[in-house]
Write a protein that binds this ligand. Structure first.
Ligand code: MLT
Length: 211
């Protein structure tokens, strides 16, 4: 069911077995709260799913924060929207009774970018993150404390939107912060392949949750 409270139109799917982990699903530009539900079900069957819709509209397409051009982000808005998302997660955790769950972000493209921003600005909110085709949202002046937080970066070797150096730079930023970073390289571009999904579900299964 879709609801519009807590500041974000969103869907919540309660856990049907695998307790303890809630996947926070963050769609790409032009997506919505329904997009990644099948992906979440496939990656971690039975996990609770929390799926907000980005609040910014770019030519009618929902996003999680404004951009000035492809790959050029409105940093003020990114900061504001990241804080709003953190507030939403807190409110949703109480509303849906998942306060004790580990929240693991699963984000694609623009959704992966706001998840990366959340890791860097609110390091206590996420217990881990699977980021599909992420970029560097910004470079933190001081590294946040992400000691042993597991992060998977799934990048496309011939991604026309995210150059490989962006993936390496983000991995480095997260590693300096102490995160346990794995990288999966997909042979194609920005679109996801089955190998991306297999890599993420293996990562989630291995993960077990150190936090
Ligand atoms: C997108 O289209 O979503 C971009 O590649 C990433 C972004 O703007 O955050």
């Amino acid at each position: 069911m879709t609801t519009a409270d807590l500041g974000f139109t969103h869907r919540f799917v309660p856990s049907s077995g695998a307790a303890g982990i809630t996947l926070l699903l963050l769609h790409g530009t032009g997506g919505n709260e329904d997009d990644l539900i099948p992906l979440g079900r496939e990656l971690l069957p039975g996990a609770a799913l929390l799926s907000p819709r980005g609040r910014i509209l770019e030519n009618g397409m929902p996003r999680f924060f404004r951009r000035l051009a492809e790959g050029v982000f409105d940093q003020e808005d990114l900061k504001r929207q990241t804080a709003e998302l953190a507030r939403f997660i807190d409110g949703a955790s109480r509303k849906y009774g998942i306060e004790n769950d580990r929240i693991v972000a699963v984000g694609y493209s623009n959704g992966a970018n706001i998840a990366a921003s959340l890791l860097l600005t609110h390091p206590d909110v996420l217990a881990g993150a699977a980021l599909f085709r992420p970029m560097v949202p910004f470079r933190p002046q001081t590294p946040p404390k992400l000691t042993d937080v597991p992060v998977l970066l799934a990048a496309g070797r011939s991604d026309g939107i995210v150059p490989a150096e962006q993936t390496s730079a983000l991995a480095e930023i997260l590693r300096v912060a102490g995160a346990d970073v794995s990288i999966h390289w997909h042979a194609g571009g920005h679109e996801l392949g089955q190998d991306d999904l297999t890599s993420a579900s293996n990562w989630l299964a291995r993960w077990g949750g150190a936090r």
